[in-house]
Design a protein. Sequence first.
Length: 249
Amino acid sequence: MSLFRKSAPRLTDGAWIEISGVRVLLRVNPRARRICLRMDRLGRFAIAVAPTLRLLDQAAAFARSREAWLRSRIAAVAAPAALAPGDTVSIFGAPYTLCPDGRRPRLLPTIQGPWRLCGCGDGLVDPGLVTRAIKMEARAVYQRQAALHCKSLRVPTPPIALSDARTRWGSCSPAREGRPASIRLSWRLALAPFEVADYVVAHECAHLREANHGAQFWTHVRSLVGDPSPHRRWLRDHGASLHALAARP
């Protein structure tokens, strides 16, 4: 029998621990002023942050001391919604009824009654096919709105790519020597009201003129969509709900 007790393995940046069924990611952030704990509402896990690697053990201990808080917060986060025939999905503010009548997804606006998202499965709703239809509509709307905003800004319209980023609704890479401009937008913005999604498109287009968030940048944004405050507030209050739709490739 050894007289020496083996020490527990030292925690590392990026390691995971589990506390009462809640996954906790341990991260080191030199910019953090103190140990802190927060929820990633979209990923349904917690993040314990330490300013240095030496303090990561203390961050893990702090997370364990907040066990009750972790359980309450994870219970408050909405799980991805399951979809069933006849359910309604809002796309740019318009309600579409899910019709799993084949595997060729398409949106069918109608003159009377609710619009339909057809071809989203064979009897049962396939989330992947629903996602495909929403992405097709998102790409078309983003490209149309970007072309309008870029025309107003008097800049060329760059290619628009879709993303599913958890922390950024959009990003813009202005043109540089040897590299053309590009814009990436979350397809999930199609689940928001049209005005909110269009604000994000305009926001990224404005970065083609101003690669910062200074006064002139916001002047460009207001010239495109008016006061951005309601749209920013909507995303802050309801943005996490856009990730409630389960999606598969």
